[in-house]
Design a protein around this ligand. Structure first.
Ligand SMILES: Nc1ncnc2c1ncn2[C@@H]1O[C@H](COP(=O)(O)OP(=O)(O)OP(=O)(O)O)[C@@H](O)[C@H]1O
Length: 616
């Protein structure tokens, strides 16, 4: 994973994560993915790292096959397992009363004996210890060993001394071993008496973790609480640790080293990402990757991602929201819904908006708001309250919150999809395809006002905070649906200033002076939308002209001759447009808008209820 930033890397295509609900502990032993407990192939990587947990022991014991596992390290790519101990005991200077050989075979598993972390050790007086070993199930073509001799108990090395052949001997082992047979025996071709047989009765041989064994003369005695058997056990029932390297190999490994330079990109890796590459093996043929840094990075990346998601989920109040009944999507589900974020339909302060479909018997089209900004810390309780509130709103003129994904820093919000774009696009868009009639504009004004009125008076006096034509979406019947009730508020909960979130052209001057944003500020913004509807001018037009200011000028002067000067020419040229009723209707909307802005000597918007109520 050289040069990569794991947290930004794409998920490795070929490596699926574990299913939720898999056991991750056996007794005291943690079982991290790619390892898993039990037959469920989904709990471990492709079922190839499955272990068993035997709970007839107290505490339960973890096994790979019949070999007990003491611990697993993802970072080191190692597991520590029980090492079988071979032993013998003399019953005369030259004859053995007991001779037990033992073996260990991990061929065909992801494990190999670690060359660097283990050593072969024999303990005893007058003993020859053999290690037969190989790299496959039947292969025992390699052998090594060592001899230990001592003329008497006190002739053996002192406690703690290195194993130099006086009571114990050691030799290192090669790489690429998966099959070992250990023999503790006498040299039968040239038998030598064991003069110390009465005090140094037993001998032992094993492969163990390097530096684990510390020589003690008492180990030679074969009896007593300080003997080797008492301290460490014998046969397969020992607590002698052996270190196995583990890696993903056949069917999930790197191509052979000769095919792969340092930058070669493998094609069938367990863990293929742009940042992965194969490294040459140090474990000999057949062992293609000693837990390559790429694989390590992938596992680390997966673990990090998992932890991040959990952290975000908790921070975003996931546990509470689960109880509320809101649909909570995983990041993967959102990706599926949006077909990999393929169809972006817009972009706002909260983030990018993608069209998607929730499948099922009745597929539902949705708009997925994916945050782009990192949010400042906001109160979890506040966020949960807001999302819960949004989720519970059911009003035909408010865009419905369908669900959310809490696994990201800022949650992804999923809304119903409103197909006809925003009022802004329909009125002012460069690709404008339709002309709105006056009754259609009235319908949009009334519907939007109802949404605001509902929120202001019924829904705990909820202020929108960013009323504008871009936030009024139109369905196929031109029914308006006010959007962003939630997201503008959610953004404001952080340290963002109001002015960053809202469009300044719609901002209430009273708010500008006092810094206090109330439902009456929404009324002011709604007045600007009304003016957009009858003039088809943007809130700021012809450079920096303010629509509410310019429109209100003749109204304030009571200059009837010019009051109608800004009405949309499209409306005025429509059939029947110049009828009395038609013009009076336009005038009423104009008057209402001016009142929303506190003009004309009438009641200001600060003295009235919601503009929505009046418009309705
Ligand atoms: N529910 C929806 N259905 C269909 N399209 C949507 C939906 N929500 C947003 N859009 C589209 O995405 C665009 C951006 O929407 P968004 O609400 O994020 O930003 P905005 O309202 O334009 O700006 P701001 O975030 O500053 O208020 C909208 O103009 C609209 O075209």
């Amino acid at each position: 994973a050289e040069g990569s930033n794991p947290s930004n890397a794409a998920p490795p295509a070929a490596m699926q994560g574990p299913e939720p609900g898999c056991l991750r502990k056996c007794g005291e032993v943690d079982v991290p993915y790619p390892f898993g407990i039990g037959d469920d192939a989904c709990c471990s990587w492709r079922g190839k790292f499955s272990l068993t947990c035997n709970d007839t022991f107290d505490p339960p014991r973890l096994y790979t096959g019949t070999i007990q596992v003491f611990s697993i390290s993802l970072e080191a790519g190692e597991v520590r397992v029980v090492s079988p101990v071979s032993y013998l005991c003399y019953n005369s200077p030259r004859t053995l009363g007991l001779e037990v050989h033992s073996s260990l075979n991990v061929s065909g598993t992801p494990f190999l004996l670690s060359r660097t972390r283990n050593v072969f050790t024999a303990i005893g007086c007058s003993m020859v210890a053999w290690l037969d070993a190989g790299s496959s199930g039947n292969d025992l073509s390699y052998f090594t060993g060592c001899i230990s001799y001592c003329a008497g108990f006190h002739e053996a090395g002192a406690d703690g001394e290195p194993c130099t052949g006086l009571g114990c001997c050691q030799t290192s082992i090669p790489g690429n071993l998966s099959n070992i047979a250990v023999k503790a025996t006498v040299n039968r071709s040239n038998p030598v008496d064991n003069p110390a047989w009465e005090s140094c009765r037993c001998g032992y041989a094993f492969v163990s973790e390097k530096d684990w064994y510390n020589f003690s003369r008492e180990d030679l005695t074969g009896v007593g609480k300080n003997s080797f058997i008492s301290r460490f056990g014998m046969g397969l029932e020992t607590n002698v640790p052996l270190v196995l390297d583990w890696a993903i190999r056949n069917g999930g490994s790197c191509p052979p080293p000769e095919d792969s330079g340092g930058s070669a990109k493998p094609s069938a890796l367990a863990c293929v990402s742009d940042h992965s590459f194969c490294v040459n093996a140090t474990q000999g043929p057949g062992y293609l990757s000693t837990f390559s840094s790429a694989i390590l990075a992938c596992f680390a990346w997966m673990e990090l991602r998992k932890r991040d998601k959990r952290k975000h989920f908790d921070k975003n109040g996931g546990e509470v929201l689960k109880g509320v009944g809101i649909t909570i999507f995983t990041e993967g589900q959102v990706k599926e819904i949006t077909n990999g974020y393929k169809n972006m339909v817009g972009k706002g302060a909260y983030g990018e908006v993608y069209k998607g479909t929730i499948g099922g018997a009745q597929p539902l089209q949705v708009a997925v708001k994916r945050p782009v900004a990192k949010r400042p810390e906001i109160g979890k309780d506040e966020f949960v309250k807001e999302i819960t509130f949004q989720f519970r709103i059911t009003h035909a003129n408010v865009v419905r919150l369908v669900g959310c994904c809490l696994e990201t820093d800022v949650p992804i919000l999923v809304f119903e999809f409103v197909p006809n774009g925003s009022l802004y696009d329909v009125l002012h868009g460069t690709n404008r395809t339709r002309m709105l009639s006056l009754p259609e504009r009235l319908g949009i004004a009334v519907g939007s006002a109802e949404a605001l009125s509902y929120m202001h008076s019924h829904a705990e006096h909820h202020v929108h905070g960013d009323v504008k034509s871009a936030n009024i979406l139109l369905d196929n019947n031109l029914m308006p649906k006010v959007s962003d009730f939630g997201s503008s508020k959610l953004l404001r909960m952080g340290m963002y200033s109001r002015s960053v979130v809202a469009d300044i052209s719609y901002l209430d001057p009273v708010y500008m002076k006092t810094g206090r944003f109330t439902e009456k500020s929404d009324v002011y913004s709604f007045g600007v939308v009304l003016l957009e509807l009858i003039t088809r001018k943007t809130a700021k037009y012809d450079g920096d002209k303010s629509l509410p200011i310019e429109f209100a000028k003749p109204w304030k002067r009571d200059d009837d001759g010019n009051k109608r000067g800004m009405y949309d020419s499209d409306i005025l040229s429509a059939a029947g447009a110049l009828s009395k009723v038609y013009m009076e209707c336009l005038d009423m909307i104009g008057k209402l808008a001016v009142q929303c802005h506190g003009g004309c000597g009438g009641e200001t918007h600060h003295g009235r209820g919601a503009g929505g109520a009046e418009a309705s």
